[in-house]
Design a protein around this ligand. Sequence first.
Ligand code: PYL
Length: 268
Amino acid sequence: MTRLTSDDIKGVPQDEMDLDSRLLSMTGKTVRGIAFEGAGLEDTGQDLSRFRVAVVPITSGLGVIGGFAASVDAIVRRLGFDSHVTAGTDVKGFAEAVADDVDMVMMADDDMFIAYNTRNGEQTDNAYGTAIGYAVALRNAAGGLEGRDVLVIGAGFVGGNAVRILRDMGANVSVTDIVLAKAEAVAERHGVAVLEDVNHAFSSFDLILNAAPASFPGELMREGAVISTPGVPHYFDEEGRRKARAIIHDPLEIGTAVMAVNSIRRLL
Ligand code: PYL
């Protein structure tokens, strides 16, 4: 998992990326629409304000990322949840959230970011939330994935989840990774194809979910490609931006929104 920096997320609380407008034009869905679809729910305008969320800053390991808890809080509030950041950090913050009888606790250390549902004990992690959110966004932008060829770049936690999800959506999935053994292991686990040369693979597909912290020169991109790309750092050059039909990216919001909605899906 690539660790975000304060810089990556500095515009998130104020929604400076205007993500809903960009997603609507590429996928026909808002962040909330993608989150509901990712959780297998229909968005009928359900009021989420009855769900109380506490975001706990975690100082362990490499410590807090400036603005991280505030960004998660803002994302969850934009969906309609009643959310706040705890005053305490770590165990103290968790204890504060439990004493406050919240419905969901969201917190991240260097290895995991989870949404924990205090009512039913279920947890949704960010690798799953990101994979399903970006797969749903790709499916909407592509006008369906049944029988379509899709490339997943990166065979880590997000990429591995994405391979399984896209396969279950009916896509013909191929996976690639600069560490071939990782791609081979994921391909074998999920019964999909493996491709050895990452750059060649990138230039051979119209539909790509890029779950690696990798960027690609525009000259390698197919005209009209749809790229769903959660990985950071995120960069496409001018040629790539011109050729792509859609480049779907944000540093934190889609994955976090799916986590939150998925976490309360059985309570709606
Ligand atoms: C959550 C993500 C998505 C991408 N990279 C992951 C990451 O940066 N993980 C580290 C999160 C650390 C948060 C820190 C805090 O501010 O509470 N412990």
